[in-house]
Write a protein that binds this ligand. Structure first.
Ligand code: NDP
Length: 327
């Protein structure tokens, strides 16, 4: 495993981490979840990602129970949670980034995860109804109380993140140190354009999500019938429609040829492509089967083979490389 600094912080995060969205307490049973966590930890993964909304708190309960059952030093791994959508009925006071929900959400997540503190705590989305300063103050309070160690944002705009930094600086508080955006061969704008100023000037780290675009970039979908996979799950019709489009499937076919030429799987190539970006602190992997995770670990070894020529071939197929202004 390789370890990377989480932006300007002093913490070292494994270049690949492991998340539980849609799998824990939903798609897979407890024993598979338990095996996945062991496989991840034994490979050197030191960060497990979670959120209050994942199975409305049940995903955190499963992760908490599994971690408690292992004999691993608490100091050897990090857990996260994210606050925004809530874990209850979604009444007005049970969601968003008000001081009330941030503080209550943190306490509830700590209980479900069975931890004394949460290592990385995220504002899962921006809340248009709460002043950014209120969220910054609430996060700073949790930091001062030792209930969270680092805080960050997820899918905030660069302007919103900059305002959080401004509010923090103005009030001598600790601002967000990491962002959690989607990043994969099909989704590049935030990481490769919008956030560049934040990386260069604020030293933000990133914990990027959906490196395989929910499995599409594993290359296993050859037709629109998703079979027994995430994209066939009830309630995820929106995700299936978003991913299994003719245009994307055509590109996947071409990307598969590049992977074949390199003698690797498309999943490995796609994850390595994310890792190649120096502004990525950790790629959060998702998996419903231990075999998938083991295959995906192969991405790290591939990094030296991702030459400029290969990257250009990928750019040509993806046809979405952000164009930056010339100075
Ligand atoms: P991916 O895009 O990598 O998708 C993971 C899924 O792809 C797996 O569950 C599996 O689904 C399939 N898959 C993985 N590896 C392989 C393989 N080698 N061959 C074939 N299929 C494979 O990541 P996720 O979308 O799961 O995102 C990762 C994590 O990021 C989440 O768990 C969560 O922690 C975080 N996240 C954060 C968000 C945010 O808003 N902050 C939003 C979404 C995710 P299957 O077997 O069912 O096909």
């Amino acid at each position: 495993m390789e370890y990377r600094k989480l932006g300007n912080t002093g913490i070292q995060v494994s270049a690949m981490s492991f998340g539980t969205w849609l799998t824990f307490a939903k798609q897979i049973d407890y024993s598979t979840a338990d095996e996945l966590i062991s496989v991840a930890y034994e490979e050197g993964i030191n960060f497990f990602d979670n959120a209050e909304i994942y199975s409305r708190g049940k995903s955190e309960e499963v992760l908490g129970q599994i971690l408690k059952s292992k004999n691993w030093a608490r100091s050897s791994y990090m857990v996260s949670s994210k606050v925004f959508w809530g874990y209850e009925e979604g009444k007005p006071t049970q969601k968003g980034l008000s001081r009330k929900h941030i503080i209550e959400g943190c306490h509830a997540a700590m209980k479900r995860l069975q931890v004394d503190y949460i290592d990385l705590f995220f504002c899962h989305r921006p809340d248009k109804n709460t002043p950014i300063a209120e969220a910054v103050w609430a996060m700073n309070t949790l930091l001062q109380q030792g209930k969270i160690l680092y805080w960050g944002t997820s899918e905030w705009s660069a302007a919103e993140i900059m305002q959080a930094h401004l509010e923090a600086a103005r009030n001598h508080l600790i601002g967000p140190v990491m962002e959690q955006p989607q990043y994969n061969i099909f989704e590049r704008k935030k990481m490769e354009n919008e956030y560049l100023h934040l990386f260069n000037n604020e030293g933000m780290g990133t914990t990027i999500w959906s490196p395989l675009a929910s499995g599409l970039l594993s290359g296993k979908y050859t037709r629109k019938d998703p079979g027994e996979t995430r994209l066939s799950m009830k309630g995820l019709e929106w995700l299936r429609q978003q991913q299994l489009t003719d245009a994307k499937m055509e590109k996947v076919k071409k990307l598969k040829l590049i992977a074949k030429k390199m003698d690797v799987t498309l999943a490995q190539l796609s994850i390595a492509w994310c890792l190649k970006n120096n502004n990525v602190s950790t790629v959060i992997l998702g998996a419903s089967k231990p075999q998938q995770l083991k295959e995906n670990f192969g991405a790290l070894k591939l990094l030296p083979k991702l030459t400029e020529k290969i990257l250009q071939e990928i750019d040509k197929v993806a046809d979405n490389k952000p164009v930056l202004p010339e100075y």
